[in-house]
Design a protein around this ligand. Structure first.
Ligand SMILES: *Cc1c(COP(=O)(O)O)cnc(C)c1O
Length: 391
């Protein structure tokens, strides 16, 4: 027997960086700005609806694609915010978080050897899902540009596409960089998808977290000409309604892409979150004031942390969206983000994550470190006062 029973294709994937850094935070009593989960609850109406459903007997298997009320709310939300039309019967699928939607889509669409174009640094589940499918990732590197925003070289993107490209996996607003892909970048992605006749899977979990000073608002790739019919959009209640532990997400797209994803999803979890589904339907229908307040609140927290990090001497790459800010540690004498993050709790009592673990080309992210600001203002204030010790 093998000394390691784990299948070879999963061996390159260790324990996630979040587990390591969160354990470090607990051990040292540090303020944890590593993992991106909010430390306050989502909207009260949503929580009340979940409690009602739980007490009201909605505790057995929901339908595989999701309960009709939630699928209708998902379609209504996309029409309302993005002017996108999806039929709740067949073009919407409720999943166990965005993570399951992405995994099921890749497993359902990629043959072994097919290639997936993605932008690095990437969300850590992407590489694992691609590997499980036996597919091959073709990363395009995002690098800090002179204007303080991240950018990619269009020639790199063009070079990443080829005859084996099956799909592009696009995350915008982008974790961990906070980048919001602009119209020209989206147009190039759309052009290449059509030129090479590929699909797109879009991870839009931060669709409602684009700040008012961003260069552009959020534009779903599916809304570009020729893209609706080849794009599967993925969203998450966890990020939009501050309930990351619920793991309720969804995928929307043309029926054949949703069906392919469903085929795999039915044998992963089949269904889940019965009492949570009606609650998410309630949340999706909340008035604009909820969405505006949610964004304004996060923008104020971003500003608070960006100011603190700047004062502490970090090279701050101010994000246009998401829960995260990345920083360059060179000015603080840091040469390696991993080393820097392992030492940070001892140095000043704060936990962050090195972004090099989200790159294939670790050198590109060697000196970059990510902090989460989806925390209460008093928690951020404490972190900022501790970080001052570095300056
Ligand atoms: C949080 C996150 C996810 C996962 O969402 P879940 O609904 O918790 O599965 C996927 N992609 C990105 C970019 C994220 O930040």
């Amino acid at each position: 027997m093998d000394s390691d029973p784990l299948v070879r294709r999963m061996r390159p994937f260790g324990t996630t960086i979040f587990a390591e850094m969160s354990a470090l935070a607990v051990r040292t009593g540090a303020v944890n700005l590593g993992q991106g989960f909010p430390d306050t609850d989502g909207p009260a109406e949503m929580l009340a609806a979940a409690a009602d459903a739980l007490r009201g007997g909605q505790n057995q298997y929901p339908p595989g694609p999701g309960i009709p009320a939630l699928r209708a709310a998902i379609a209504g939300h996309q029409r309302r915010f993005w002017n996108l039309e999806y039929d709740p019967d067949g073009e919407v699928l409720v999943t166990a978080g965005a993570t399951e939607a992405i995994a099921a889509a890749i497993l359902g669409l990629c043959e072994p050897g097919d290639e997936v174009v993605c932008f690095e640094p990437y969300y850590d589940s992407y590489a694992a899902s691609i590997a499980l499918a036996g597919a091959v990732r073709r990363p395009v590197t995002l690098r800090p540009a002179d204007n303080g925003r991240y950018a990619f070289d269009p020639a790199d993107l063009r070079a990443a596409f080829g005859p084996r490209t099956r799909l592009v996996l696009l995350n915008s607003p982008h974790n961990p960089t906070g980048k919001v892909f602009d119209a020209a970048e989206l147009a190039l992605i759309a052009e290449l998808c059509q030129e090479y006749d590929t699909y797109a899977v879009t991870d839009e979990v931060y669709e409602h977290v684009v700040f008012t000073d961003a260069d552009s608002g959020h534009v779903p790739l599916a809304s570009l000409p020729g893209m609706w019919e080849r794009t599967l959009r993925v969203s998450s209640a966890g990020k939009t309604f501050s309930c990351t532990g619920w793991k309720v997400g969804w995928a929307s797209g043309p029926a054949r892409l949703v069906a392919a994803t469903m085929r795999v999803k039915q044998f992963l979890t089949f269904a889940g979150g019965a009492p949570l589904q009606p609650a998410v339907a309630v949340a999706l229908a909340l008035p604009d004031s909820y969405y505006d307040g949610f964004r304004a609140d996060l923008q104020a927290r971003r500003d608070q942390l960006v100011a603190g990090l700047t004062e502490a001497g970090f090279g701050v790459l101010s994000p246009e969206g998401t829960y995260f800010v990345t920083t360059d540690i060179t000015a603080l004498g840091g040469r390696d983000g991993m080393e820097f993050c392992r030492a940070l709790p001892e140095r000043c009592g704060v936990v962050a994550v090195p972004t090099q673990v989200f790159y294939d080309d670790a050198e590109a992210g060697r000196r970059l470190v990510r902090f989460a600001f989806c925390k209460r203002p008093e928690v951020l204030a404490e972190a900022v006062s501790r970080l001052r010790a570095l300056a």
